[in-house]
Unconditional design. Sequence first.
Length: 144
Amino acid sequence: MKELLSMADRAAKSPAKILITGESGVGKDLVARHVHIQSSRSGAPYVAVNCAGLTETLLESELFGHVKGSFTGAFRDKRGKIQLAHRGILFLDEVGEMSLRMQALLLRFLENGEIQRGLSRLARFSGPVAAPPGTMRHQREATA
């Protein structure tokens, strides 16, 4: 446990993205919260998203937001969780359960900090992302 907290403390001092692995129920969210509290970003939001609990379209809207009129029922602009976590920490649980399309969209954000809402709005955001892979279903299938 001391070794884990020591690694988490080192991660908290880094601007790098963090991958937290472990079986379901071992406390990945607690480690991510510890990193947040120990980091210079502790005054900014900590936003957690369970990626396995949402359909692909809802997850896309939740993470990236949407603009008014981008789909039926989008009556107003909505900021996504990525934007809400700007300068804080975004904890994505069960990313391995996302569709490959959603993983590709997330990868674009992780690589360059850019998200696109609707057809034309491109915005940049920063902040570490703690992303535990969950069951890694798609990763295992891809390598099998």
